[in-house]
Design a protein around this ligand. Structure first.
Ligand code: SF4
Length: 435
């Protein structure tokens, strides 16, 4: 068994684990194949923190299992959050799966896939595998940099702390060493990730070391550094100052607020308040006038009254955020929120999701239309059909819009160009390269 196929589901943090597993398997002499039909073993790195993600993981496993029918596929391996959270259920209900590997065991994947079957799922407290080789699966000019694992915030609706364990930062020198390697390998856009990036260093250095880390990353030379997964009440003046004083730290912030009603925020176990969030937004808008702000919002949380939902809709209409992900509350077993009284019925959740999604979409479209006529720096990702495709400083990979632009000259993927915005289409931009 030499040919290994990988399928990576879920978030960018999971993708980094997949890239490490690919690096480890290659180091052991395995051949990585892109076409699952060619694979003798398939490793599915799953997500498992909400229903939709669990369903996607199970259907992906069942699809891969079909490849066993003609005997080509010898081994089907499941890793990641679904494996960690539901090892017994996966073993019992998915007999097609040969091996289940937990979040602390994935660095042993090369040895486990050769010899083991059953479940290798233990704790969720291991440090980041600093010495493990990593093979990027993203285009060579961009990469994710995971600076910590786990989470200590314990929002009442979230299963991640029980899956990924306590918050544990990587040592700053290890993070910087990896970043320098990524830069030397040609990465030009570095996306900084963790469950909560603003908490970086609190466990190691007694206070957030994110501003200091970002400064050090900015000095390496990346043209673009993008910060994801910040926690509103942990965004400090020092962090905003570092962002404002380094041109290559993008004026882009992903700040999941989840809601704006204080009663709901308290029931979610969030440390934020409506006043705190609104003050923070106006401080950011002053300190970083070009900033593009993204957030995530949950509707239908237990006890969410019509008034609470209306205040959320009114808040979103203010345009405080430019980009929003809107999610229906999913009662996750083992979380406090799943046991809360006043659960909202599915129809009401759907209605509220539909309504807020529509409001959020029109707010985002309006924010984008305001950029028509301006000139934006664009990272070219490649060419598709008749246009070059890229992203502005305000577009995170995979989650935000694209720029489709024309150019007389050839433009290499990974290069930066100036684009005049001519039009917008939903979340996307149409433009042309300027001289
Ligand atoms: S901050 Fe809250 S929602 Fe995010 S991973 Fe931690 S517990 Fe979950």
């Amino acid at each position: 068994m030499n040919k290994i196929g990988f399928i990576s589901l879920g978030c960018s943090k999971n993708l980094v684990d997949t890239e490490i597993m690919i690096g480890l398997c290659k180091e052991k002499g395995y051949t990585i194949v892109n076409d699952p039909e060619e694979a003798e073993a398939i490793i599915i790195n799953t997500c498992g923190f909400i229903d939709d993600a669990k369903e996607e993981a199970i259907s992906t496993i069942l699809d891969a299992a079909k490849l066993k029918e003609d005997g080509k596929l010898k081994k089907l391996i499941v890793t990641g959050c679904l494996a960690q959270r539901y090892k017994e259920a996966v073993l019992e209900e998915l007999p097609e799966v040969d091996l289940i590997v937990g979040v602390d065991e994935f660095p042993r994947i090369a040895e486990l896939l050769a010899h083991e079957t059953g479940a290798c799922v233990t704790t969720n407290t291991a440090p980041y595998p600093e010495d493990a080789p990593r093979t990027l699966s993203t285009p060579s000019f961009m990469a994710y940099l995971k600076i910590a694992e786990g989470c200590d915030n314990h929002c009442t609706y979230c299963a991640i702390p029980s899956i990924r364990g306590p918050f544990r930062s990587r040592r700053m020198e290890d993070v910087i060493k990896e970043a320098k390697g990524l830069y030397e390998s040609g990465v030009r856009e570095l996306s900084v990730i963790a469950q909560d990036t603003t908490r970086y260093g609190v466990d190691l250095y007694g206070q957030s070391a994110l501003p200091k880390l970002l400064k050090a990353l900015a000095e390496i030379g990346f043209p673009w550094i993008r910060l994801f997964y910040t926690y509103a009440d942990s965004i400090t003046d020092e962090l905003l100052e570092v962002m404002a004083s380094h041109k290559n730290i993008l004026p882009y912030l992903d700040i999941p607020i989840q809601h704006i009603d204080n009663t709901v925020l308290r029931r979610m176990g969030r440390k934020d308040t409506a006043e705190g969030i609104k003050n923070l937004i106006s401080k950011i808008r002053t300190k970083l006038p070009e900033a593009v702000l993204r957030t995530s919002i949950i509707v239908g949380f237990p006890g969410e009254t019509e008034d609470a939902f209306s205040s959320l809709c009114e808040f979103v209409k203010t345009g405080a955020f430019d980009r929003m992900g809107v999610f229906k509350f999913s009662p996750e077993d083992g979380t406090p929120a799943a046991k809360l009284p006043d659960q909202i019925d599915e129809d009401t959740k759907m209605e509220r999701h539909e309504k807020l999604y529509t409001i959020a979409k029109s707010v985002s479209e309006e924010a984008l239309r305001k950029k028509i006529g301006t000139e934006q720096e664009v990272l070219c990702e490649g060419f598709s059909d008749m246009f070059y495709v890229g992203r502005t400083k305000g577009d995170g990979a995979e989650i935000d819009g694209k720029v489709y632009f024309a150019s007389e000259e050839d433009i290499a993927p990974g290069s930066f160009v100036k684009v005049r915005i001519l039009a917008t289409e939903e979340y996307d931009i149409i433009g042309e390269v300027t001289k």
